[in-house]
Design a binder for this molecule. Structure first.
Ligand SMILES: [Zn+2]
Ligand SMILES: [Zn+2]
Length: 187
């Protein structure tokens, strides 16, 4: 069975080099749906607690929220960084607190201090799914990702990995020693 959760991500981007309105800087509220597949853990009668899926995903994905997402070859990138630098906000600001864990993958690098994510490919809904899967595939047993942004939507299904041992008391994944990191239950 699947546990399904959604997250809202507000971001700005543009499609550099695209012949359409989307070549201009603009913003969206994107909705990411994450489907996690496994057996039902009998103790809690759940596949996985949805708030825990959200917490795990948000820890990384909050880097995309209230962020500017630009492709690595977009000339707006150095232009914006120089403005941020002149303003003294490139390396952080006291009220920039909602920062995620910095990451760098083949497809995207997060710069939480200036709320930017630099991508290798254009950040379409399809591109976002590739980026998100790479970031979360080792943390969650993902069966499907769906990303919608305005009228655009894309989804991709994945072959879930083998079943994960979960705590019969709170449903979250046990660590490598078979201990629940939340309540201390031991298998
Ligand atoms: Zn757009
Ligand atoms: Zn537990």
């Amino acid at each position: 069975m699947r546990s399904i959760t959604t997250l809202d991500i507000q971001y700005a981007h543009r499609f550099y080099g695209f012949r359409g309105e989307a070549q201009y800087l603009h913003g969206h509220t994107g909705v990411l749906t994450i489907e996690v597949e496994d057996t039902i853990e009998a103790g809690v009668n759940m596949v996985f607690p949805c708030n825990e899926i959200q917490k795990t995903a948000w820890n990384v994905l909050k880097n995309f929220d209230h962020a500017l997402i630009l492709r690595e070859d977009d000339p707006l990138l150095p232009a914006i960084l120089s403005v941020y630098e002149a303003q003294g906000i490139k390396d952080g600001a006291p009220n920039n607190k909602m920062k995620g864990e910095a990451f760098s993958t083949e497809l995207a690098t997060a710069y939480p201090n200036c709320r930017m994510v630099v991508t290798k490919e254009t950040m379409t809904v399809e591109g976002m799914i590739k980026i998100v899967y790479e970031l979360l595939k080792d943390k969650l047993n993902i069966a499907k990702l769906t990303f919608t942004s305005g009228v655009n939507a894309a989804s991709q299904s994945y072959e879930p990995i083998d079943s994960v041992d979960r705590c019969p008391l709170c449903g979250i994944a046990l660590n490598e020693n078979g201990v629940c990191p939340k309540c201390g239950y031991k298998k």
